[in-house]
Design a protein around this ligand. Structure first.
Ligand SMILES: [Zn+2]
Length: 279
């Protein structure tokens, strides 16, 4: 065998082995801080102020990388809150928002721009999950049909703020009717959990080191919401919410997945933030 061929086989073999190494076989998850919401009164979440002392909610964004592609999950608070200090939420007296470093600047620490993101998926279209959504109109939007129909249909949902997601109407869109396996290998799945909004979803990940994990969307806002199975007064449908809680709890029990309650500030403080990541 000539040296040339030996070298060729060596390089090919190294490439093959690299593609087989475990650290390349699962998704990576980056956690970003896309703001916070502080409330005086949590009665709107179907809890009393005595049920929990928690008054501050984390607002996350996440980036998932898998099979050479990227997906944004959640788009955070509106970008006009960035750097503005405490911004009162007019619609909810006694509530203020804070957001220090924009999602775009956090992506930049990973050398990623919105144009590099292949897919955008949002648990639902409430204002604290869609803030930067308009910047991702070049991505493919993965959305439940029931959420899409409310977003752009005739019956406007008063809890939706179209100005923050209107550009997605022009995005390439994959309309979903139920659970969806994003990359076709079962490692990144959108789980249909309607109730909070008509097409609310969670994200289930199967990761090499972290294991199985579900990001809750807004199925639960507080740890106590899960314990008490409390339904926020502003949910679209209480019965659907309870069915979705049953569906998710069954999934967690059957797969052994852990649940990350996205708005849980105490838990969020313990998480590694981008550009660090979970795999
Ligand atoms: Zn919500």
């Amino acid at each position: 065998m000539t040296g040339h061929w030996k070298r060729f086989i060596g390089v090919a073999l190294a490439g093959f082995l690299a593609s087989c190494t475990p650290q390349n076989s699962g998704p990576k998850l980056f956690v970003m801080d896309c703001g916070s919401m502080t409330l005086e009164n949590i009665a709107g979440f179907g809890l009393t102020n005595d049920d929990t002392p928690v008054r501050k909610l984390f607002v996350p964004c996440y980036l998932v990388q898998h099979k050479g592609k990227t997906m944004l999950w959640e788009a955070g608070l509106p970008l006009d809150v960035v750097g503005a200090g405490k911004v009162d939420l007019a619609a909810l007296p006694g509530t203020y928002l804070e957001y220090d470093v924009s999602l775009v600047d956090q992506l930049a620490t990973m050398d990623i721009t919105p144009a590099d993101v292949d897919y955008i998926a949002l648990s639902h279209l409430h204002f604290d999950h869609i803030g930067a959504a308009n910047l991702f109109a070049g991505s493919t939007w993965l959305v439940q049909r029931s959420e899409y129909e409310v977003a752009f249909g005739d019956t406007a949902n008063p809890a939706f703020v179209p100005q923050y997601y209107s550009a997605l109407e022009n995005a390439e869109t994959q309309v979903l009717d139920g659970d969806h396996d994003v990359f076709g290998d079962g490692k990144v799945r959108l789980i249909s959990l309607p109730g909070h909004t008509p097409g609310h979803m969670a994200l289930a990940l199967d990761m090499q080191e972290t294991g199985k994990l579900v990001l809750s969307g807004d199925l639960y806002h507080f740890k106590m919401s899960r314990e008490l199975k409390s339904v926020p007064v502003f949910n679209h449908d209480a019965a659907d919410t309870h069915s979705s809680m049953d569906k998710l709890e069954t999934l967690l029990a059957e797969t052994g997945a852990s649940l990350w309650i996205e708005h849980d500030m105490e838990f969020a403080r313990t998480l590694r933030k981008a550009p660090d990541f979970y795999r």
